[in-house]
Design a protein around this ligand. Structure first.
Ligand code: B1M
Length: 212
Protein backbone atom coordinates (compact mmCIF):
# COMPACT_ATOMS: atom_id res chain seq x y z
CA UNK A 1 0.00 0.00 0.00
CA UNK A 2 1.35 3.46 -0.87
CA UNK A 3 1.94 5.93 1.92
CA UNK A 4 -0.87 8.15 0.59
CA UNK A 5 -3.28 5.20 0.78
CA UNK A 6 -2.06 4.52 4.31
CA UNK A 7 -2.80 8.13 5.28
CA UNK A 8 -6.29 7.85 3.80
CA UNK A 9 -6.98 4.48 5.50
CA UNK A 10 -5.74 5.60 8.93
CA UNK A 11 -7.67 8.86 8.68
CA UNK A 12 -10.84 6.89 8.00
CA UNK A 13 -10.18 4.93 11.21
CA UNK A 14 -9.55 8.14 13.14
CA UNK A 15 -5.95 7.23 14.01
CA UNK A 16 -4.76 10.82 14.41
CA UNK A 17 -1.32 9.97 15.83
CA UNK A 18 -0.56 7.50 13.01
CA UNK A 19 -1.86 9.99 10.40
CA UNK A 20 0.46 12.65 11.81
CA UNK A 21 3.45 10.29 11.68
CA UNK A 22 2.62 9.19 8.13
CA UNK A 23 2.18 12.76 6.90
CA UNK A 24 5.60 13.62 8.35
CA UNK A 25 7.07 10.52 6.67
CA UNK A 26 5.52 11.51 3.32
CA UNK A 27 6.96 15.02 3.67
CA UNK A 28 10.39 13.54 4.45
CA UNK A 29 10.11 11.32 1.36
CA UNK A 30 9.67 14.45 -0.76
CA UNK A 31 5.99 14.01 -1.68
CA UNK A 32 4.44 17.43 -2.34
CA UNK A 33 2.15 18.96 0.29
CA UNK A 34 -0.60 19.33 -2.34
CA UNK A 35 -0.44 15.62 -3.18
CA UNK A 36 -0.45 14.59 0.50
CA UNK A 37 -3.47 16.83 1.10
CA UNK A 38 -5.46 15.78 -1.95
CA UNK A 39 -4.54 12.10 -2.39
CA UNK A 40 -4.09 11.25 1.31
CA UNK A 41 -6.08 13.40 3.73
CA UNK A 42 -8.93 14.61 1.50
CA UNK A 43 -9.27 11.19 -0.13
CA UNK A 44 -9.87 9.68 3.33
CA UNK A 45 -12.30 12.46 4.26
CA UNK A 46 -14.27 11.96 1.03
CA UNK A 47 -14.62 8.22 1.70
CA UNK A 48 -15.81 8.92 5.26
CA UNK A 49 -18.25 11.48 3.82
CA UNK A 50 -19.77 8.92 1.47
CA UNK A 51 -20.06 6.33 4.27
CA UNK A 52 -21.66 8.93 6.55
CA UNK A 53 -24.25 9.65 3.88
CA UNK A 54 -25.05 5.95 3.54
CA UNK A 55 -25.30 5.46 7.31
CA UNK A 56 -22.29 3.15 7.30
CA UNK A 57 -20.50 5.35 9.86
CA UNK A 58 -21.92 7.82 12.38
CA UNK A 59 -21.05 11.13 14.06
CA UNK A 60 -18.39 9.75 16.51
CA UNK A 61 -16.42 8.08 13.67
CA UNK A 62 -16.66 11.23 11.55
CA UNK A 63 -15.46 13.36 14.46
CA UNK A 64 -12.32 11.30 15.06
CA UNK A 65 -11.60 11.29 11.32
CA UNK A 66 -12.01 15.09 11.30
CA UNK A 67 -9.54 15.37 14.17
CA UNK A 68 -7.01 13.24 12.28
CA UNK A 69 -7.57 15.41 9.19
CA UNK A 70 -6.91 18.64 11.11
CA UNK A 71 -3.76 17.20 12.79
CA UNK A 72 -2.35 16.02 9.47
CA UNK A 73 -3.20 19.28 7.71
CA UNK A 74 -1.45 21.31 10.44
CA UNK A 75 1.87 19.70 9.44
CA UNK A 76 1.33 20.77 5.82
CA UNK A 77 0.56 24.39 6.69
CA UNK A 78 4.12 25.80 6.38
CA UNK A 79 4.67 23.85 3.16
CA UNK A 80 1.55 25.20 1.49
CA UNK A 81 2.74 28.77 2.02
CA UNK A 82 4.22 30.51 -1.01
CA UNK A 83 7.90 31.29 -0.44
CA UNK A 84 8.69 34.87 0.55
CA UNK A 85 5.11 36.15 0.66
CA UNK A 86 4.52 39.51 2.29
CA UNK A 87 1.36 40.86 3.92
CA UNK A 88 -1.23 41.15 1.17
CA UNK A 89 -4.37 42.11 3.14
CA UNK A 90 -6.64 41.31 6.08
CA UNK A 91 -9.70 39.07 6.17
CA UNK A 92 -11.98 37.48 8.76
CA UNK A 93 -13.29 33.97 8.31
CA UNK A 94 -15.77 31.69 10.01
CA UNK A 95 -18.35 28.97 9.59
CA UNK A 96 -21.84 30.47 9.75
CA UNK A 97 -24.24 30.37 12.68
CA UNK A 98 -25.67 26.93 13.40
CA UNK A 99 -22.89 25.16 11.51
CA UNK A 100 -20.03 23.31 13.22
CA UNK A 101 -18.15 22.03 10.14
CA UNK A 102 -14.70 23.61 10.24
CA UNK A 103 -12.37 21.45 8.12
CA UNK A 104 -12.98 23.31 4.85
CA UNK A 105 -12.85 26.66 6.63
CA UNK A 106 -9.51 25.69 8.20
CA UNK A 107 -8.13 24.76 4.76
CA UNK A 108 -9.25 28.08 3.28
CA UNK A 109 -7.59 29.88 6.21
CA UNK A 110 -4.39 27.91 5.70
CA UNK A 111 -4.23 28.68 1.97
CA UNK A 112 -4.96 32.37 2.58
CA UNK A 113 -2.20 32.62 5.18
CA UNK A 114 0.06 30.90 2.70
CA UNK A 115 -0.58 33.76 0.30
CA UNK A 116 0.39 36.36 2.91
CA UNK A 117 -3.09 37.38 4.05
CA UNK A 118 -3.67 38.13 7.73
CA UNK A 119 -6.61 35.92 8.72
CA UNK A 120 -8.80 36.45 11.78
CA UNK A 121 -10.43 33.09 12.53
CA UNK A 122 -13.83 33.48 14.18
CA UNK A 123 -14.30 29.71 14.42
CA UNK A 124 -17.69 28.04 13.93
CA UNK A 125 -21.28 29.09 14.67
CA UNK A 126 -20.52 32.71 13.75
CA UNK A 127 -23.42 35.19 13.73
CA UNK A 128 -23.82 37.83 11.00
CA UNK A 129 -23.20 40.50 13.68
CA UNK A 130 -19.87 38.88 14.67
CA UNK A 131 -18.59 38.92 11.08
CA UNK A 132 -19.60 42.54 10.55
CA UNK A 133 -18.34 43.80 13.93
CA UNK A 134 -14.99 42.11 13.37
CA UNK A 135 -14.67 43.55 9.88
CA UNK A 136 -15.31 47.05 11.28
CA UNK A 137 -13.07 46.74 14.35
CA UNK A 138 -10.21 45.01 12.57
CA UNK A 139 -10.49 46.89 9.29
CA UNK A 140 -10.85 43.74 7.20
CA UNK A 141 -11.10 44.02 3.43
CA UNK A 142 -12.98 40.71 3.15
CA UNK A 143 -15.52 38.70 5.16
CA UNK A 144 -15.26 34.96 4.35
CA UNK A 145 -18.18 32.66 5.16
CA UNK A 146 -18.20 28.88 5.00
CA UNK A 147 -21.32 26.67 5.27
CA UNK A 148 -21.74 22.92 4.87
CA UNK A 149 -25.43 22.55 5.55
CA UNK A 150 -28.32 23.48 3.28
CA UNK A 151 -30.06 24.65 6.45
CA UNK A 152 -27.29 27.13 7.38
CA UNK A 153 -26.18 28.51 4.01
CA UNK A 154 -28.98 31.10 4.13
CA UNK A 155 -27.18 32.80 7.03
CA UNK A 156 -24.82 34.13 4.35
CA UNK A 157 -27.66 36.30 3.05
CA UNK A 158 -28.03 37.77 6.57
CA UNK A 159 -24.29 38.58 6.56
CA UNK A 160 -24.75 40.57 3.35
CA UNK A 161 -27.79 42.35 4.86
CA UNK A 162 -25.93 43.15 8.13
CA UNK A 163 -22.98 44.57 6.20
CA UNK A 164 -25.38 46.82 4.27
CA UNK A 165 -27.14 47.86 7.48
CA UNK A 166 -23.80 48.77 9.08
CA UNK A 167 -22.88 50.92 6.06
CA UNK A 168 -19.73 48.93 5.17
CA UNK A 169 -21.00 47.06 2.10
CA UNK A 170 -19.02 49.26 -0.31
CA UNK A 171 -15.79 48.79 1.72
CA UNK A 172 -15.90 45.04 2.38
CA UNK A 173 -16.07 42.15 -0.06
CA UNK A 174 -18.03 39.07 0.99
CA UNK A 175 -16.71 35.69 -0.15
CA UNK A 176 -18.64 32.46 0.32
CA UNK A 177 -18.05 28.74 -0.07
CA UNK A 178 -18.75 25.25 1.21
CA UNK A 179 -20.18 22.07 -0.32
CA UNK A 180 -23.83 23.20 -0.86
CA UNK A 181 -22.91 26.73 -2.01
CA UNK A 182 -22.93 27.64 -5.72
CA UNK A 183 -22.16 30.59 -7.94
CA UNK A 184 -25.83 31.19 -8.64
CA UNK A 185 -26.56 31.23 -4.88
CA UNK A 186 -23.78 33.81 -4.52
CA UNK A 187 -25.42 36.04 -7.13
CA UNK A 188 -28.87 35.46 -5.65
CA UNK A 189 -27.84 36.72 -2.17
CA UNK A 190 -25.67 39.57 -3.45
CA UNK A 191 -22.32 38.29 -2.14
CA UNK A 192 -19.18 39.14 -4.12
CA UNK A 193 -17.49 35.84 -4.86
CA UNK A 194 -18.07 32.09 -4.66
CA UNK A 195 -15.09 29.78 -5.03
CA UNK A 196 -15.32 25.98 -5.01
CA UNK A 197 -12.09 25.22 -3.17
CA UNK A 198 -9.53 26.58 -0.75
CA UNK A 199 -6.80 27.47 -3.21
CA UNK A 200 -9.12 29.39 -5.57
CA UNK A 201 -10.54 31.18 -2.50
CA UNK A 202 -7.03 32.31 -1.53
CA UNK A 203 -6.29 33.52 -5.06
CA UNK A 204 -9.56 35.45 -5.27
CA UNK A 205 -8.95 37.03 -1.85
CA UNK A 206 -5.50 38.26 -2.84
CA UNK A 207 -6.94 39.69 -6.08
CA UNK A 208 -9.65 41.55 -4.11
CA UNK A 209 -7.11 42.97 -1.62
CA UNK A 210 -4.81 44.11 -4.42
CA UNK A 211 -7.68 45.91 -6.17
CA UNK A 212 -8.64 47.86 -2.99
CO1 B1M B 1 -21.70 16.75 8.77
N1 B1M B 1 -22.87 16.82 7.21
N2 B1M B 1 -23.24 16.93 9.94
N3 B1M B 1 -20.42 16.49 10.21
N4 B1M B 1 -20.44 16.24 7.48
C1 B1M B 1 -22.23 16.82 5.90
C2 B1M B 1 -21.95 18.25 5.44
C3 B1M B 1 -23.32 16.09 4.99
C4 B1M B 1 -23.26 16.48 3.52
C5 B1M B 1 -23.18 14.55 5.19
C6 B1M B 1 -24.26 13.78 4.45
O1 B1M B 1 -25.28 13.53 4.96
N5 B1M B 1 -24.00 13.42 3.23
C7 B1M B 1 -24.64 16.51 5.70
C8 B1M B 1 -25.28 17.81 5.18
C9 B1M B 1 -26.54 17.56 4.37
C10 B1M B 1 -27.16 18.82 3.90
O2 B1M B 1 -27.14 19.86 4.51
N6 B1M B 1 -27.74 18.72 2.74
C11 B1M B 1 -24.16 16.64 7.14
C12 B1M B 1 -25.02 16.58 8.27
C13 B1M B 1 -26.49 16.28 7.97
C14 B1M B 1 -24.56 16.77 9.58
C15 B1M B 1 -25.40 16.76 10.89
C16 B1M B 1 -26.75 17.46 10.82
C17 B1M B 1 -25.51 15.27 11.29
C18 B1M B 1 -26.33 15.00 12.51
O3 B1M B 1 -26.03 15.45 13.58
N7 B1M B 1 -27.38 14.26 12.28
C19 B1M B 1 -24.46 17.46 11.89
C20 B1M B 1 -24.64 18.99 11.90
C21 B1M B 1 -23.80 19.67 12.99
C22 B1M B 1 -23.78 21.17 12.80
O4 B1M B 1 -22.98 21.66 12.05
N8 B1M B 1 -24.68 21.86 13.47
C23 B1M B 1 -23.12 17.11 11.30
C24 B1M B 1 -21.97 16.94 12.04
C25 B1M B 1 -20.74 16.61 11.53
C26 B1M B 1 -19.51 16.33 12.40
C27 B1M B 1 -19.41 17.21 13.64
C28 B1M B 1 -19.57 14.87 12.82
C29 B1M B 1 -18.34 16.50 11.36
C30 B1M B 1 -17.71 17.91 11.35
C31 B1M B 1 -16.39 17.96 12.09
C32 B1M B 1 -15.64 19.20 11.79
O5 B1M B 1 -15.79 19.86 10.78
N9 B1M B 1 -14.76 19.53 12.74
C33 B1M B 1 -19.08 16.31 10.03
C34 B1M B 1 -18.43 16.04 8.79
C35 B1M B 1 -16.93 15.86 8.85
C36 B1M B 1 -19.14 15.94 7.56
C37 B1M B 1 -18.62 15.46 6.19
C38 B1M B 1 -18.51 13.94 6.29
C39 B1M B 1 -17.30 16.00 5.69
C40 B1M B 1 -17.22 17.53 5.62
C41 B1M B 1 -15.77 17.92 5.38
O6 B1M B 1 -15.08 18.29 6.29
N10 B1M B 1 -15.30 17.76 4.12
C42 B1M B 1 -19.78 15.95 5.23
C43 B1M B 1 -20.00 15.03 4.03
C44 B1M B 1 -19.29 15.52 2.80
O7 B1M B 1 -18.99 16.69 2.63
N11 B1M B 1 -19.06 14.61 1.89
C45 B1M B 1 -20.88 16.21 6.16
C46 B1M B 1 -13.91 18.04 3.75
C47 B1M B 1 -13.73 19.54 3.55
C48 B1M B 1 -12.30 19.83 3.12
O8 B1M B 1 -14.62 19.94 2.51
O9 B1M B 1 -15.86 21.63 3.97
O10 B1M B 1 -16.63 21.12 1.59
P1 B1M B 1 -15.52 21.26 2.57
O11 B1M B 1 -14.54 22.41 2.07
C49 B1M B 1 -14.08 22.47 0.74
C50 B1M B 1 -14.93 23.36 -0.17
O12 B1M B 1 -16.32 23.29 0.11
C51 B1M B 1 -14.30 24.71 -0.01
O13 B1M B 1 -12.92 24.45 0.27
C52 B1M B 1 -12.74 23.13 0.79
C53 B1M B 1 -11.78 22.33 -0.11
O14 B1M B 1 -10.77 22.99 -0.65
N12 B1M B 1 -14.79 25.66 0.99
C54 B1M B 1 -14.73 26.99 0.74
C55 B1M B 1 -15.26 25.48 2.24
N13 B1M B 1 -15.52 26.67 2.81
C56 B1M B 1 -15.20 27.62 1.90
C57 B1M B 1 -15.24 29.02 2.00
C58 B1M B 1 -14.85 29.77 0.87
C59 B1M B 1 -14.40 29.12 -0.29
C60 B1M B 1 -14.32 27.75 -0.37
O15 B1M B 1 -14.85 31.11 0.82
C61 B1M B 1 -15.04 31.85 1.98
Amino acid sequence: MSILNEISENLQHGKAKVVKELVQKAIDEGISAKQILEEGLLDGMNIIGAKFKNNEVFVPEVLVAARAMNMGAALLKPLLADAGVTNTGKVCIGTVKGDLHDIGKNLVKMMMEGKGLEVIDLGCDVSPEQYVQTAIQENCQIICCSALLTTTMNVMQDVVAKAEEAGIRDKVKIMIGGAPVTDSFCQQIGADKYTPDASSAAEAAVAFCQSC
